[in-house]
Design a binder for this molecule. Structure first.
Ligand code: SF4
Ligand code: SF4
Length: 282
């Protein structure tokens, strides 16, 4: 992605590449990366007029939840190991490589939509790592291709961002546009975002590994906030700074900020109006 400039304006992906590829730079003496996946899959009824927000952003403060859980696991490892153990908990600090590490750890395999698919759980998972200075046995990793002849994600991506199996052009991806892109949208980018206020779940929702209609695979700390799931783009445009803080502090949306969230809401409203006008003409 970086070599072919498909990372858009995510300059941070070019930075600290050495650190991100070499666990030794994160923890001197690192010998093991222990990968963990925690499910946050749940059915989601979106109210009429509500803005679409990616599931992961509806879960309150998942970083904290994951850090706590991985911290408990690290304490356990220290308790059962005979000698001293140095460890470092990482959550979202290594966004590019954590999927590859999870794959190497045998947690799952990347699908054609580029997401890690965990057998029996799907791709709505948060990933985290514990980097350790002790050796742990290598996992036996014989997982089969989760996709085979399926190509639902490629067919259903509304912007053609999945160029081919496993190859994403971030510049066309609604998730990148609504979450990472810092500047104003061009008219083409605004139109691409459709009804999505923050993120996009389409290529995961259509994946047969995520059977979301009837089952929830999540735990108490990782349940969606209903008030956020029902918020409308008009309500976003009317938000004050203090209300924004009250609603979004601790969520991934907080990092994107009110200015960009309003940019997204404006695009959603324009896209919905354009769609209604088109429907009225037909
Ligand atoms: S997140 Fe949305 S826009 Fe991005 S690849 Fe998936 S379906 Fe396409
Ligand atoms: S939708 Fe099909 S092709 Fe895409 S990741 Fe899921 S199983 Fe693979």
């Amino acid at each position: 992605m970086i070599r072919e400039n498909r990372h858009g304006e995510m300059a941070y992906m070019q930075e600290h590449l050495d650190e991100r590829t070499d666990p030794e730079n994160l923890l001197p003496g690192a010998k093991t990366v222990l990968s963990a996946a925690i499910a946050y899959s749940f059915p989601l009824e979106r109210n009429e007029g509500a803005a679409k927000i990616s599931r992961y952003a509806l879960v309150p403060d998942y970083h904290r939840e994951l850090r706590v859980r991985l911290g408990v696991l690290l304490d356990f490892i220290r308790a059962v190991c005979p000698g001293p153990v140095s460890g470092k908990v990482c959550v979202d600090s290594l966004p590019v490589f954590e999927k590859s590490w999870a794959e190497k750890a045998g947690l799952g395999k990347k699908g054609k939509n580029t997401m890690l698919i965990v057998p029996g759980t799907g791709s709505f998972v948060f990933l985290g790592e514990i980097i350790l200075d002790i050796e742990l046995p290598d996992p036996v990793n014989i997982l089969e291709d989760p996709c085979k002849t399926c190509d639902q994600c490629l067919q259903r991506c509304p912007t053609g961002a999945l160029l081919e199996p496993g190859k994403l052009d971030a510049r066309k991806c609604i998730s990148y546009l609504t979450v990472e892109l810092k500047r104003d949208f061009t008219p083409e980018e605004a139109a691409m975002t459709g009804e999505w206020l923050f993120g996009c779940d389409i290529c995961q929702e259509v994946c047969p590994h995520n059977a979301l209609q009837h089952t929830a695979r999540t735990t108490n700390g990782l349940l969606p906030r209903k008030d956020l799931a029902g918020i409308t783009p008009e309500e976003i445009l009317a938000l004050t700074r203090s209300r924004f803080r009250t609603l979004f502090a601790g969520t991934p949306i907080w990092r994107t900020g009110l200015k960009r969230l309003k940019r997204n809401a404006k695009a959603v409203i324009e896209n919905l109006e354009r769609n209604s006008a088109r429907c009225a003409q037909e």
